[in-house]
Design a protein around this ligand. Structure first.
Ligand SMILES: [Zn+2]
Length: 202
């Protein structure tokens, strides 16, 4: 199948008897985005920007990693490119953001990847700007975490990091992601992300 053939509305199982919603083996829970925004802001206010960023990057990473495993186990894609490209598709179905990829290049043997795209309607940038001024760094922590977890799983656990060069939270009109191997990033820029994922990527 192609990435765009994936249709979460067909494979999302809602069950009124058990109160358990599932995407394959994963249990899903549905929350109003404003309630996540309140939690996010309380964590920023109580623990500071740095700690909040770490928590939400890690939260997103786990989400992306888990989704990739379910996608990989349950569907057969035409090729690896389509499997990788199904990440932005499921991310969009989940109501987190509208994700459109712009370029994909990867070599699993060498561990290299260059994967870019646009994010429009990020729930997290919306929530961030409800409570905070324009930031001097990207704020879509759960999205960047998701993309990092998804591609790290795709690359057979070769550490792969997503950072937004462009983000609505910085005053841009939309967000963009750039995903590269850990070693391809500037160490100073990478540090908060590497620290957040240390349990996963060593
Ligand atoms: Zn953003």
């Amino acid at each position: 199948m192609k990435a765009l053939d994936f249709d979460l509305s067909k494979d999302l199982k809602l069950n009124l008897d058990t109160g358990i919603a599932r995407f394959k083996e994963n249990r899903l829970v549905i929350f109003d985005s404003n309630s996540i925004g309140v939690l996010r802001q309380d964590i920023i206010n109580e623990l500071g920007f740095t700690k909040a960023r770490e928590f939400f990057l890690k939260f997103g990473y786990q989400n992306g990693y888990s989704d990739f495993k379910q996608m990989c186990l349950n569907y057969t894609f035409d090729n690896e490119m389509e499997l990788l490209a199904s990440g932005p598709v499921i991310h969009t179905w989940e109501g987190i953001v509208s994700a459109r990829l712009t370029s994909i290049e990867f070599d699993k043997k060498k561990g290299t990847i260059h994967f870019t795209g646009n994010w429009v309607n990020s729930y997290e940038a919306e929530q961030h700007l409800c409570y905070n001024d324009i930031s001097n760094e990207p704020v879509c922590w759960t999205l960047m975490g998701y993309a990092s977890g998804w591609t790290t799983a795709f690359m057979n656990d070769t550490p792969t990091i997503a950072i937004e060069p462009v983000c609505v939270g910085k005053g841009d009109t939309h967000c963009e992601w750039l995903i590269q191997h850990l070693s391809a990033w500037d160490p100073d820029l990478l540090k908060p992300y590497k620290d957040a994922y240390k349990e996963y990527i060593g």
